[in-house]
Design a protein around this ligand. Structure first.
Ligand SMILES: Nc1ncnc2c1ncn2[C@@H]1O[C@H](COP(=O)(O)OP(=O)(O)OP(=O)(O)O)[C@@H](O)[C@H]1O
Ligand SMILES: [Mg+2]
Length: 337
């Protein structure tokens, strides 16, 4: 079955086609980042309008590049939440309308389920069950994954998401928006001289807190002479603290669950230092570790096509409603079917 996947939850329009046996047939992505960077963050109304402009041409492009036609499609998967309401509605209403016109089922996909399953698109996909660490612009989640749709939340951030902390710290260092990847490049030139805390690691539990690290970064910046080297040193110390904190909590989750597989996904999983720190921990613990390829760490249509295909194969689908939820807990995804 060929499944068309549509992602429009935030500032990226992503479209892909996945086949349950042949794998990923094609995918394309349009990022709005240049448009929003002028404003220092995502402007929701502009995001929605741009999705309207880009979505249909991208669907045509993916069909053409995959040498497929609309009547080859067996289903349409769309991101139904969490995300920006207007942006979600563009994807949901387009997907729902096309599914109706093409007489095929539509399935609403949870955006974080998409991120969670992105490593399944790689050559040696992990078998379930596993522990998943999802680190993105809006979420920091530790999840025990038993099966498609069976997700137990083990821990989450009580305040800022990791990506948000990266972006805010990058802004303080004058790196622009979105700053996660820029902070990471700057950190390569620095030494982690400053001793940043490893938040919430000195007490039991699997929750996170990253807003204190951001404040610690601000105080360190204010106390420095703010030279390029100072900025690089602060970036390196911040990044080290994030990586160590994530590693300590993942190790704890693996030990508590007794599972021997760790999946790391979401935009921040593109960070090379975080990948290296988590891989070192996993090797020590004799745990297999899986990441998506770099282009599927951030938002994309491929992960939505994959997740939707798995759910359609389980016989799930949406009725004729346009389903969109700006807030949607991941352990509630079964209600979408
Ligand atoms: N190399 C990197 N190092 C650190 N952070 C990074 C890197 N590359 C991307 N990021 C961060 O990843 C985030 C974007 O990831 P993603 O697209 O998954 O998030 P989102 O879709 O905005 O949020 P969510 O998925 O929670 O709704 C941004 O915060 C960005 O700064
Ligand atoms: Mg995302």
């Amino acid at each position: 079955m060929y499944v068309l996947g549509i992602e429009t939850s935030c500032d990226e329009t992503g479209v892909a086609i996945y086949h349950d046996q042949f794998g990923l047939m094609g995918h394309c992505l349009y990022s709005q980042v240049d448009m929003h960077s002028e404003y220092g963050g995502v402007v929701p109304e502009l995001a929605s309008r741009d999705h309207i402009r880009k979505l249909v041409p991208l669907i045509k492009q993916v069909l053409q590049e995959s040498y497929l036609k609309s009547n080859d499609m067996g289903g349409i998967a769309y991101t139904a939440g969490p995300g920006l309401m207007g942006a979600l509605l563009v994807g949901a209403s387009t997907a729902r309308s096309l599914a109706w016109a093409w007489q095929i089922p539509a399935i609403a996909v949870h955006h974080m389920e998409g991120h969670l399953l992105a490593p399944m698109l790689e050559k040696n996909p992990p078998e379930m069950p596993f522990v998943a660490l999802l680190i993105s612009g809006g979420h920091t989640l530790l999840i025990q994954v038993e099966n498609i749709g069976s997700y137990r939340l083990l821990g989450e951030s009580l305040d800022d998401a990791v990506g948000e902390a990266f972006d805010k710290t990058a802004k303080m260092l004058g790196l622009g928006y979105p700053g996660g990847a820029k902070l990471s490049s700057l950190a390569k030139q620095g030494q982690p001289k400053h001793k940043f805390p490893r938040p919430m690691t000195d007490r039991p539990g699997l929750d996170f807190s990253f807003s204190g690290l951001k404040t610690f970064a601000l105080n360190t910046i204010n106390a420095s002479e703010n030279t390029e080297q100072d900025k690089a040193d602060i970036a390196a110390a911040f990044q080290n603290a994030v990586a160590d904190t994530l590693s300590i909590k993942c190790k704890r989750a693996l030990q508590q669950s007794g599972l021997k597989k760790l999946v790391v996904a979401g935009g921040v999983s593109a960070n090379q230092h975080i990948r290296a720190t988590l891989t070192e921990m996993a090797n020590k613990e004799q745990v297999a570790i899986h990441f998506p390829r770099l282009e599927f760490c951030t938002d994309n249509g491929a992960m939505i096509a994959y997740a939707g295909c798995q759910r359609l194969l389980l016989g799930q689908q949406q009725d004729l409603e346009i389903f969109a939820r700006p807030r949607w807990p991941i352990n509630d995804t079964l209600t979408a079917s």
